[in-house]
Write a protein that binds this ligand. Sequence first.
Ligand code: GTP
Length: 597
Amino acid sequence: TELNKIRNFSIVAHIDHGKSTLADRLIQETGTVKDRDMQEQMLDSMDIERERGITIKANTVRIDYKADDGENYVLNLIDTPGHVDFAYEVSRSMRAVEGSLLVVDSSQGVEAQTLANVYHAMDADHEIVSILNKIDLPASDCDRVAEQIEDVIGLDATDAIQVSAKTGQGIHETLEAIVKKLPAPKGERNAPLKAMLVDSWYDAYLGVIVLVRIIDGVLKKGERIKMLSNGSVHHVDRIGVFKPQREEIDELGPGEIGFLTASIKQVRDTRVGDTITHEKKGTEDALPGFKPAQPVVFCGLFPVDSAEFEDLRDAIDKLALNDASFSFEMETSAALGFGFRCGFLGLLHLEVIRDRIEREYDIELITTAPSVIYHIHMKDGTMQELHNPADMPDLTFVDHMQEPRIKATILVPDEYLGDVLKLCQDRRGIQEDLTYAGTRAMVVYDLPLNEVVFDFYDRLKSVTKGYASFDYQMMGYRQDFLVKMSILVNDEPVDALSTMVHRDRAEMRGRAMVEKLKDLIPRHMFKIPIQAAIGGKVIARETLSAMRKDVTAKCYGGDATRKKKLLEKQKAGKKKMRQFGKVDIPQEAFISALKMD
Ligand code: GTP
């Protein structure tokens, strides 16, 4: 395809503002997919994405469009994830295209992720077309939202297109705007091959599929290619495009986006942002470096049934093949046995992986307290990264500790502002900015990441009845007074419940945890002390009283089948418990105990 007939773009939006629906509509309107083959949300392929309505994996689709000027265009859409955890993926796929559609729900307005994502697009020098979506809704207010786009983002919204991705209104105008307003890609057909590795994922039939954007040169089936980062050479056995089904073609030229397969075994062997060239007569000039995504939240995953450890290993290996951003290593815990210490891009990422293990591989898991990476500066001048509170070195050797901070941007209707400020303040936040856009406030806070990883997002949603939106970026490390708090059940430390907390908040957190655990742990035949401690010092204590003997008496008598049923129930219930010394702790205690109210 000639360069001037190509348009490459992405769609940026806040979650739920209609990105996927709009993409589906563009595909349908251009006849890329026959109506009868159209499934809702073509681009969200995984079940879990569909269920949760979030887009995790960046996808792409090639749309053939005959424009009003009578010319045939190729429009390449790269779908980007909308959630904060995947900011890195957003910024990287933006580098592979020249323009963006900015979709804003006209009944809602600009939200925190709208801002974060549109800034990624601006950083990538995109031409941006604004779309006011959901104009079919009675609450739609295009004038107000257009004004907001100008005030808050600073984009000219006079030409914003009014769209209903639901009814199809404005879709034709959108396609025309893509052709007329977005720039064609630049590139040199006769130059040495230079392609960007945009994304890669594992396919059960084809192995690793690599999504590429050709910058210069031509890539053909059967050629030998080289990855510039490590010099590895591969034989290209397939080239193709997504429409959105895979369709094989013979070559990809400058400006085009498509996929290749080359018998690559693991996603880990492909580095996103890498430059791909020919083995012979290739370019030496790599694209400006991309960093691999760094996990920021760590937690232990242990099978409830320790006999399932090998199954868990297998599940994690398989998931990792398709998700290079998630890291893992084996871990042993005195209380939980064998498991894995895993690193994630954020809490949502953690939840997605945990859910997939539980559902797709049918393994029940115990998840330990999520932790961030602390920097422990030792007295001898060295620095250790602490991924797991259980590995905390002896304090006598520690000089000081640092914790990661984030810059959080929150947009909220002003009636909830007070609650949001209080929440941020309670989480050791430092207010950096407070501005208004109409009746919505935008607050920027500097917050410790460890105060955000448990349940900050849930709390924010609940104190604002779901009206607040939130986005964050990592801001580096700062020294603070952090301590390791241990939890002892029946005088035995439960390592999986150890957490790092700020010294001034330790007592409050410790008290809250032991109170919760008291409710979560069932009574036993004996009295159970539950304590929170820092070093050897107990800072909070509760006692779970012993079960009264006559309670068990109820179990006797009655008919035999009923008794059998009860026993079976007990067995099933038992499976969900883990034994610590003489005490059974239910699985949900590990997560619930850590949530703060
Ligand atoms: P993520 O994939 O989570 O980022 O969300 P998204 O931005 O892709 O939103 P999605 O397309 O899933 O749309 C969110 C909800 O809004 C869905 O229930 C859609 O059916 C609905 N929706 C999308 N566009 C319109 C529209 O124009 N009008 C109305 N009434 N509803 C719409």
